[in-house]
Design a protein around this ligand. Sequence first.
Ligand code: SAM
Length: 348
Amino acid sequence: MKNLITKLRQEHYLDAEEYKALLLCRDADALKYLQEQAREVALGQFGNRVFIRGLIEISNRCRNNCYYCGIRKENQDVVRYELTQEDILDCCREGYTLGFRTFVLQGGETPATKDAWTVETISSIRQEFPDCAITLSLGEKSREAYERFFQAGANRYLLRHETHNEEHYRHLHPAGMSIKQRLQCLTWLKEIGYQTGTGIMVGSPGQSIGHLVEDILFIEQFHPEMIGIGPFIPHHDTPFATALPGSIEMTLKLLSIFRLMHPEVLLPSTTALATLSPDGRERGILAGANVVMPNLSPRDQREKYTLYDNKASLGAEAAEGLQQLEEKLAAIGYRISKERGDYSYVQC
Ligand code: SAM
């Protein structure tokens, strides 16, 4: 197994059977080696710096009904909210003072009628914070909308493909949503010039090792600038309420694989990982991740953006808990970087 891991580090590529063997591997020594290799590569690429992104959850209104998601349209038990432009700018101001130089605007998917508002919001952030990166995570839009957002000043876009397998995609989403459209959106985003992120939930209901291999192969050829992966966690008001959460070990394994595959990729240690385990965030960093996304949303709205049960948004997961995050990272030999942290960051 170590040979495969060394090969992945050197050649950045394995074939489907080799990825499968790696995903099935339970040998503790080999898995330790995988993490060490990924960590070394991340350290070589970024030093011991961890980039921070301020996550602003702009609205939990969503027109979609993804079976796994707590803010799905049909969930009547969510108190819906929408931040105003001034709320969002206030979050950015607070974040800027704390040292954030990337703001991530995430929210449920809204109809095209809301696009002009989004353009205005991006423009006002761009105007007030010319030195900051603006990342969007607002789901599927028309090519024209993506272009308008980009022209208004957005730099990056996160759109997880969730699963590359068509049948599995249908298992996770109702009719009307398709992997084909998701992939079309990802292609547009790249063509327009966004630093583009994709990714999956690990352990989503119905996911097999074969599906994960398909995801790895897709990510390898798509070559995103960011890869967002975190464990699936059930939400009590969804059709997957009784499903089991994804595995931390598999998530860490995938983080390491992606780091070895794409050494320079921006790879968050996600909130879902920190939610499942108190030291999940640190374990993600030690497996090769190099980004964390503390929550900058207004404190009184955070609990309404419940994608899954017990979602962490306080302490080191909160922007105001940066000191705590700093200490946790220091304990494992890392430090927060307050740089913008764009893709292709070259170590000085
Ligand atoms: N609407 C946008 C979109 O579709 O990309 C952004 C918001 S969406 C809620 C952000 C991500 O949350 C999804 O891509 C999904 O992977 C993740 N997510 C949703 N429900 C989840 C759950 N139950 N467990 C873990 N992650 C979840």
